[in-house]
Design a protein around this ligand. Sequence first.
Ligand SMILES: Nc1ncnc2c1ncn2[C@@H]1O[C@H](COP(=O)(O)OP(=O)(O)OP(=O)(O)O)[C@@H](O)[C@H]1O
Ligand SMILES: [Mg+2]
Length: 480
Amino acid sequence: MFFLPSKSNGQAKADTPASTPSPVRKSAVSAEVAELRPAERDLYEVTEVARRESARDEAYVNLKVRLHQKLLEKINFAALEKLEASQIEMQIGELVRELLQEEQVPLNQKEHGQLVSDIIDEVLGLGPIEPLIKDATVSDILINTYNQVYVERKGRLQLTPVRFKDDRHLLRIIGKIVSSVGRRIDESSPMVDARLKDGSRVNAIIPPLAVDGPLVSIRKFGTMRPSMDNLIAANSITQEIAELLRSIVSARLNILISGGTGSGKTTMLNAMSSFISNAERIVTIEDAAELQLQQPHIVRLETRPANIEGKGEISQRDLVKNALRMRPDRVIIGEVRAGEAFDMLQAMNTGHDGSMTTIHANTCRDATARVEQMVMMCGFDLPIRSIRAQIASAIEVVLQLERMSDGGRRLTSLYEITGMEGDIITMQEIFRYHRLGVDDNGRVHGEFRATGTRPRFVDKFKALGVSISDNMFAPDQKLG
Ligand SMILES: Nc1ncnc2c1ncn2[C@@H]1O[C@H](COP(=O)(O)OP(=O)(O)OP(=O)(O)O)[C@@H](O)[C@H]1O
Ligand SMILES: [Mg+2]
């Protein structure tokens, strides 16, 4: 990667015996590595590269941070903001050249260019992680204190050689991210949700809550364009299922999308929203705005955390209540987590049908139980039966998504909620994903099959002139 300015190539090699193991050690290591499963081998190799590069990089990071500090003293930021990107680059390039001369550091043209672009990233972007933000193959960036950064690519976690100078450096970048969306992070408010300019979602948590140092988790925006066609291409659903989902959205059924962390809930919600007609007015409510709806008539609301005196918090609950006064045709809540579940049910039961949201749960039945808990936690003294009756009459369809062992995400089940029997919400599964096996490359294979239950919502389709073939619900019918 980069060469230490003070060492020649040859020296660097001689100085790092660990990177050139003896043949005996090498074969022992290769035997060990050969025993690893492919995923572990990848991780081993990445870790090994990171370890070898760390010594060289430390000096490089120090140089970069030193130059950056000097630059900060010299740069007039107010003037810089008025310039075009290419001019900024030129001016910073000039300054770096001057500073390097003062530092007496010999760099070749390529290294110099890299240094300039890294310093531009420091000044204008997010420092060491800027290249990861620009890397389209990276879907998540996980910073575990200043000296460890993991990324997720194609559903697999990998350690990277990227590191910050120290926790203060990392804190400065976190400060930059959160202040750009008008939030703050400090000891009195040590955890925050924010988003980057491109819409990527960021969570940061710092000491004293984070024991070893600041932690940042970034869910990159748009690594997978959330269209139904892409979900079909990724084998997450089939064409036939996509058509069924289109009918479900057109018929204005209320939908709950359930799944574990990172199982693709938000992506599915985005994709399903594409079936909403352009004539409708949609209000979206989120903690950190990450939905990307394509319709022309959308109004977006985002919660606000409390200020330094603990006042001024606007919760999702407040926003749902407010949204109902905004003449919405549809209300879309990014994810229900708490009391807003109650207001959402009210909305769904009082004419705002066609609403959609996501929820963190492991099965469709769990999802309804979680809604129930959220309503109970809100402090209303409602009998459990009445909460369940509200859920049963509000929510009509529950989808379950899963993140598979090969990193792919799939719709694994679709349930219809039909009503109540005694104190129990009755729901029936319409189709399910059957896992058939895993091939040599670790890819999961399987198929979607109908359970043989014809959903009652199909009658609603007919009334609305939405046609769907009843054949697809025949027992064991493969949904190709
Ligand atoms: N069907 C899919 N196939 C492959 N990758 C997907 C699919 N759906 C989503 N992804 C990718 O998986 C990651 C998580 O997606 P998404 O944000 O939609 O999940 P989520 O369940 O909403 O996560 P969270 O629990 O963090 O809110 C993203 O990087 C996204 O691009
Ligand atoms: Mg989500």
